[in-house]
Design a protein around this ligand. Sequence first.
Ligand SMILES: Nc1ncnc2c1ncn2[C@@H]1O[C@H](COP(=O)(O)OP(=O)(O)OP(=O)(O)O)[C@@H](O)[C@H]1O
Length: 256
Amino acid sequence: MSQTILHVSGVNKRFGGLQALSEVELEIRQGQIYALIGPNGAGKTTFFNVITGLYTPDSGTFMLGGQPYAPTAVHKVAEAGIARTFQNIRLFPDMTALENVMVGRHVRTKSGLVGAIFKTRAERAEEAAIRHRAHELLEFVGIARYAAFQARTLSYGDQRRLEIARALATDPKLLALDEPAAGMNATEKLQLRDLLQRIKSEGRTILIIEHDVKLIMGLSDRVTVLDYGKVIAAGAPAEVQKNPAVIAAYLGGAHA
Ligand SMILES: Nc1ncnc2c1ncn2[C@@H]1O[C@H](COP(=O)(O)OP(=O)(O)OP(=O)(O)O)[C@@H](O)[C@H]1O
């Protein structure tokens, strides 16, 4: 059986009187596309924010690639090997597409951003390698022709792809995508689906929050369903889809 990439358990998070996450457990194996779904307000984004160091959990055990990690700060989680995208796109809008990806890559380099300003010869070589890799990633996500364009001038779907390229630039153990298909039209969704399959075929591991259940069911290997902060089902998409608790949660719907 393949290696476990992410294993978290006993995750609790309370906001005042609201138990947003209650004893959440999840185990993702190498090479899986793992979906986290659930009605509005179920706690999906809170869970993402906890595992990526944006919110401090009240409790929980966190393992990445077999090693414990402390989700206490976003940069530490990035260094540990989780890269994420956001529901609301967070690019550097005035930087070019290429520069946005290069910034992602700097997480993995020795010289870092300060080194990028005061360059030695070795650092210049490293910079050239970063630029080359960033180009490859733009190519991979299908937007290389916009490399020199400011990020804000790209279409919505292309900005989402740019975010994914930037996340991949950190060479993550786990790529965590928060609603990557939000606001996409049908064609863009098909392209996204193809892109995620290509990322998977490179042996990468993906955790995805998505509202489009149809997209998720056709794409993911495993699904966990949250409702009111609790895991109500976990398993293969076909099983989860038939689970009465899941059907009730969606029909009862939407606490939105
Ligand atoms: N920073 C916060 N402070 C207080 N309450 C919060 C905070 N963040 C989330 N919540 C609450 O926690 C609950 C879970 O919200 P969360 O955004 O995680 O759900 P979600 O499943 O991602 O929903 P959606 O599908 O609508 O994005 C909601 O009731 C929300 O109002």
